[in-house]
Design a protein around this ligand. Structure first.
Ligand SMILES: NC(=O)c1ccc[n+]([C@@H]2O[C@H](COP(=O)([O-])OP(=O)(O)OC[C@H]3O[C@@H](n4cnc5c(N)ncnc54)[C@H](OP(=O)(O)O)[C@@H]3O)[C@@H](O)[C@H]2O)c1
Length: 335
């Protein structure tokens, strides 16, 4: 294999063309070698604008290219598993956008495909490798805030465009799938275990039918996580991690900006007005560059994926339980 992993991109998704491809191109081990679209004109336009050498007018042609090592899959959610399977069967490693599937059972089907093809498959939860989450986890591990008892998270934006993929229920639309998944993912990452049971309330847009407001309680026994995600409110995001002796606040937990330091606040609680807060500013990084480079490096080294597929399936099991709990009005056990 070449010095850099040669990537191909499925579709000209906004996240790909605006954020992930430019970030990948800044990577040390990552080269974006081709892009495919269902429309060759769109593929050529994106390739020209982003200086990508090859453009294909179908996803099949990209997967048939022997000079492509890995695929980035930013298709709508209902196409994540089908095209990840096709890419793996073409012996390509796959970094697939979140959420990796429509539900845990669909995600679980990827394990056999991955193992049969001998490729890496990873869900693109870029937040996990951002230094601010790594630092938060180190602080928790070091005992700085005492045992974690509560995590409170909010993630919201406003988007009621009926043509947006997020507002089409059959395509895996809705706030829980789009952004609630981050609240669950990061809480499980910090606590390093699975919730015992889940309760939730969901309000759906009456015409779009997707969840536009959802709140969840994840019960981890001696710790509880409460999260709200909303797709028709003012944009905002914050995570608070409360221990017995201190609190960690992550200022921009999910869409950390690549052009300025990320800040986390560590509060010893000694002063209600915040005099006891220590501000930690982490140097500006692009979390999509880090994500792609770590995945590329794992491919080059023949190492396992940095974020295992098995963990993605556990995350999906919690998402499934959130939907079940909102429906049943009862606690549901992720299983
Ligand atoms: N990690 C993150 O920070 C982040 C941020 C935003 C979104 N995402 C994820 O990235 C994915 C894409 O989101 P996006 O907002 O970028 O989507 P988008 O702009 O709507 O793009 C989706 C792409 O999928 C392709 N596609 C194939 N079949 C399609 C169909 N039947 N209908 C519509 N598009 C189809 C299209 O490419 P062609 O027309 O070129 O074939 C289209 O450009 C989602 O899974 C989302 O959850 C992740």
């Amino acid at each position: 294999m070449a010095e850099r992993v040669r990537w191909g991109v499925l579709g000209v998704a906004r996240i790909a063309t605006l954020k992930v491809i430019p970030a990948m191109q800044a990577g040390q081990w990552t080269e974006v070698a081709a892009i495919a679209s269902r429309d060759i004109m769109k593929a050529r336009a994106a390739a020209g604008a982003l200086h990508i050498p090859k453009a294909y007018g179908s996803y099949e042609e990209l997967l048939a290219d022997p000079d492509i090592d890995a695929i980035y899959n930013p298709l709508p959610n209902h196409l994540h598993v089908p095209w990840t399977i096709r890419a793996a069967q073409a012996r390509k490693h796959v970094l697939c956008e979140k959420p990796i599937a429509l539900n845990a059972d669909e995600a679980a089907g990827l394990i056999a495909v991955r193992d049969a093809a001998g490729v890496l498959i990873q869900e693109a939860f870029m937040v996990r490798t951002h230094p601010q989450w790594q630092r938060a986890k180190e602080l928790v591990r070091s005992g700085r805030i005492g045992p974690v008892r509560s995590i409170v998270g909010v993630f919201s934006y406003f988007n009621d465009d009926p043509t947006n993929i997020r507002n089409i229920p059959e395509w895996g639309g809705g706030g829980i799938m789009d952004i609630g998944c981050y609240l669950i993912h990061t809480a499980r990452f910090i606590l390093d275990r699975e919730p015992l049971r889940v309760a939730a309330a969901i309000e759906r847009d009456p015409s779009l039918r997707v969840d536009r407001l959802a709140s969840m309680v994840l019960d981890f026994g001696d710790a509880q996580v409460t999260g709200t995600c909303a797709t028709q409110t003012v944009p905002w995001q914050r995570v608070q991690i409360l221990g017995t002796r201190g609190r960690i606040e992550i200022e921009i937990p999910f869409n950390a900006l690549p052009d300025r330091p990320s800040r986390i606040f560590v509060d010893d609680g000694s002063d209600i007005a915040g005099a006891g807060i220590e501000t930690m500013a982490l140097p500006a990084v692009n979390q999509y560059t880090i994500q792609a480079d770590l995945f590329s490096r794992a491919i080059l080294d023949g190492a396992p994926a940095p974020y295992p597929l098995e963990d993605s399936i556990r995350n999906m099991r919690v998402i499934d339980a959130v939907f079940r709990a909102a429906e049943s009005g009862q606690w549901e056990i992720p299983a």
